[in-house]
Design a binder for this molecule. Structure first.
Ligand code: UDX
Ligand code: UDX
Length: 480
C-alpha cells in the first residue's frame, strides 16, 4: 500500500489530503502538524477551517485511510511520498526583509525528513516557495541522506479558498515539476499515478522543477494583476461617471480576456497573492531585473491604493471626520465562504478607520472575535507562523466590538462598510437597518453587492466602488 504523509495540516494540506484519501482508497494518507490544537480539531467535529464540502469528505475517510496526527516522525519515516505544506512567511528582518520568503520551517522539515528516513522518499513541495527552493531542499536532503534516494518534486497548489473541494475534485490542471533524470521522471510518474485516480491525464502537466515553481508565482501574479487592473479602472470610472461593472462586462466579453476575475473590490487579500508577488519581485531583483520587479510591485501598490481610497471615501463623506462615530463593518474574511482573514483588506480598512478614531462594530458569519482582535493588533506578516508561535494574547483594540448579527452591528451606526461579499449581506432588511441608524445614514459597498438604487430610495447615501457617484459624494472634497 502506498503511504502518503503531509507535513502541515493547514488550509492547503488538510483539504488536499482529504481529497486524495477520498479518491484513492488504496492509499493511506497521514496529515501531521506540530500544532496539537490543529490536529485535535481535525480529529473532532469542529474542523479547524471552514470550507464548503470539506466536512463531508473528511467524515467519509477519517479513520479509514485518512489520519491526522502529531506523531510527525513516525508518519514521515513510514511514507513513500511526503508533501510539505508548512508556512513560508515573508521575512521581517535581515536580508530580503519585507519581500523574501523565510524558509526556516521548510528547512527544519527537510532536516527532519533526512533524519528519520530509512527508505527512499519522494518529497513534494506543496507550499508556495520561491523559485529554486527545491534546489536548496535537495541539497539539505542529499547531504544528510545516509545513502537514501530523495527525489524532490514541485506540485504547486492552485485551489482557491471557499471552492477548495471543487477545485481539488475538478482541477484545471495539476502541475508536477521534477528533475529530468530517470529517477526524477520515475518520481513524477509516481505522483501522476496518485492524481490519475480522478484527474484526466491531459490535465496533469509535467515540467522541470523551476518551471513548476515559477508557474505558481506567475499564475497568482497574473490573477492579482487582473484585480489591480480593474481596481485602477474603478478609480477612473468614479472620476468620469463610467460604471466599472459595465466596463468589466464589456472587456470580459473579449474571448481573449474572458469574464472571470474582473470584479472591482476594496482590494484583494488572502495568504498568497501579496506574498507570491513579493517573492517574484525579490527574485527579479536578485537576478538584476529591476524593471520587471517594479512592474509587479505596482500590482501591490494599486491594491494598497484601493484600500486607502476606500477609507478616504468613508471619512470624507462623513464631513471629514469619523472620530467617535460608530461604523458597522460587515464582513472581515478576505472573501466569502471562508473564515480565513490572512491579508484581508478588512484589516487595513479597519486600521485606517481606527486611525481616524472611529468606533467599529464588526460582524462576519465565520470569523471569531479573538481572530479579529488578533488581526488588528498583529504586526504585518506575523500571521504566517504556526498558531502557537504567533504573538500571544495581544491587547484588544478597545474601539472595536465584534458582534454576531448584522442588525446589532448597524444599530445606531453612522455608516456601514461592506468588506466581504457574503450572500447574506445581499438580502438583509436594509429598511430595518436604515431605521435604526443615525442620519444621514451611509453605506460604503466595497464589494458591489447591494442594489444601490433601492438603498437610495430608502434614504441611504451609497458609495459603490467604480460606480457613478452619489451626488452627496460628488460635493465632498477630492479623495487623495
Ligand atoms: C500556506 C501555503 O501552502 C503556503 O504557500 C504558505 O507559504 C504557508 O501556508 P496553508 O495551509 O494555507 O499553507 O497555511 P497554514 O494554514 O498556516 O498551514 C501551515 C501548517 O503547517 C500549520 O498548521 C503549522 O502548524 C504547520 N507547521 C508549520 C508544521 O507542522 N511544522 C512546521 O515546522 C511549521
Ligand atoms: C488564490 C488563487 O486563486 C489560487 O489559485 C491559489 O492557489 C491561491 O491564491 P485565494 O487567495 O484562496 O486563491 O482566493 P481568490 O479567489 O483567488 O481571491 C483572492 C482575493 O481576490 C480575494 O480577496 C477576493 O475577494 C479578491 N478578488 C477576486 C477580487 O477582488 N475580485 C475578483 O474579481 C476576484
Amino acid at each position: 500500500m502506498v503511504k502518503i504523509c503531509c507535513i502541515g495540516a493547514g488550509y492547503v494540506g488538510g483539504p488536499t489530503m482529504a481529497v486524495i484519501a477520498l479518491k484513492c482508497p488504496s492509499i493511506e494518507v497521514a496529515v501531521v502538524d506540530i500544532s496539537i490544537t490543529r490536529i485535535n480539531a481535525w480529529n473532532s467535529d469542529q474542523l479547524p477551517i471552514y470550507e464548503p464540502g470539506l466536512e463531508d469528505v473528511v467524515k467519509q475517510c477519517r479513520g479509514k485511510n485518512l489520519f491526522f496526527s502529531t506523531d510527525v516522525e513516525k508518519h514521515v519515516s513510514e511514507a513513500d511520498i511526503i508533501f510539505v505544506s508548512v508556512n513560508t512567511p515573508t521575512k521581517t528582518r535581515g536580508l530580503g526583509a519585507g519581500k523574501a520568503a523565510d524558509l526556516t520551517y521548510w528547512e527544519s522539515a527537510a532536516r527532519m525528513i533526512a533524519d528519520v528516513s530509512k527508505s527512499n522518499k519522494i518529497v513534494v513541495e506543496k507550499s508556495t516557495v520561491p523559485v529554486k527552493t527545491a534546489e536548496a531542499i535537495e541539497k539539505i536532503l542529499t547531504h544528510n541522506s545516509k545513502g537514501i534516494n530523495f527525489q524532490i518534486l514541485s506540485n504547486p497548489e492552485f485551489l482557491a479558498e471557499g471552492t477548495a473541494i471543487q477545485d481539488l475534485l475538478k482541477p484545471d490542471r495539476v502541475l508536477i515539476g521534477g528533475r529530468e533524470t530517470p529517477d526524477g521522471q520515475k518520481a513524477i510518474q509516481a505522483l501522476k499515478d496518485v492524481y490519475a485516480h480522478w484527474v484526466p491525464e491531459d490535465r496533469i502537466l509535467a515540467t522541470n522543477l523551476w518551471s513548476a515553481e515559477l508557474s505558481k508565482l506567475a499564475a497568482n501574479a497574473f490573477l492579482a494583476q487582473r484585480i489591480s487592473s480593474v481596481n485602477a479602472m474603478s478609480a477612473l470610472c468614479e472620476a468620469t461617471g463610467a460604471d466599472v461593472t459595465q466596463v468589466s462586462h464589456a472587456v470580459g466579453k473579449d474571448s481573449r480576456i474572458g469574464p472571470k476575475f474582473l470584479n472591482a473590490s476594496v482590494g484583494f487579500g488572502g495568504s498568497c497573492f501579496q506574498k507570491d508577488i513579493l517573492n517574484l519581485v525579490y527574485i527579479c531583483e536578485c537576478n538584476g531585473l529591476p524593471e520587471v520587479a517594479n512592474y509587479w510591485k505596482q500590482v501591490i501598490k494599486v491594491n494598497d491604493y484601493q484600500k486607502n481610497r476606500f477609507v478616504n471615501r468613508v471619512v470624507s463623506s462623513m464631513f471629514n471626520t469619523v472620530s467617535g462615530k460608530k461604523i458597522a463593518v460587515l464582513g472581515f474574511a478576505f472573501k466569502k465562504d471562508t473564515g480565513d482573514t490572512r491579508e484581508t483588506p478588512a484589516i487595513d480598512v479597519c486600521k485606517g478607520l481606527l486611525g481616524d478614531k472611529a468606533r467599529l462594530s464588526i460582524y462576519d458569519p465565520q470569523v471569531s472575535e479573538e481572530q479579529i482582535q488578533r488581526d488588528l493588533s498583529m504586526n504585518k506578516f506575523d500571521w504566517d507562523h504556526p498558531l502557537h508561535l504567533q504573538p500571544l494574547s495581544p491587547t484588544a483594540v478597545k474601539q472595536v466590538s465584534v458582534v454576531w448579527d448584522a442588525y446589532e452591528a448597524t444599530k445606531d451606526a453612522h455608516g456601514v462598510c461592506i468588506l466581504t461579499e457574503w450572500n447574506e449581506f445581499k438580502t438583509l432588511d436594509y429598511q430595518r437597518i436604515y431605521d435604526n441608524m443615525r442620519k444621514p445614514a451611509f453605506v460604503f459597498d466595497g464589494r458591489n453587492i447591494v442594489n444601490a438604487e433601492k438603498l437610495r430610495e430608502i434614504g441611504f447615501i451609497v458609495y459603490s466602488i467604480g460606480k457613478p457617484l452619489d451626488p452627496w459624494l460628488e460635493d465632498m472634497p477630492a479623495v487623495a
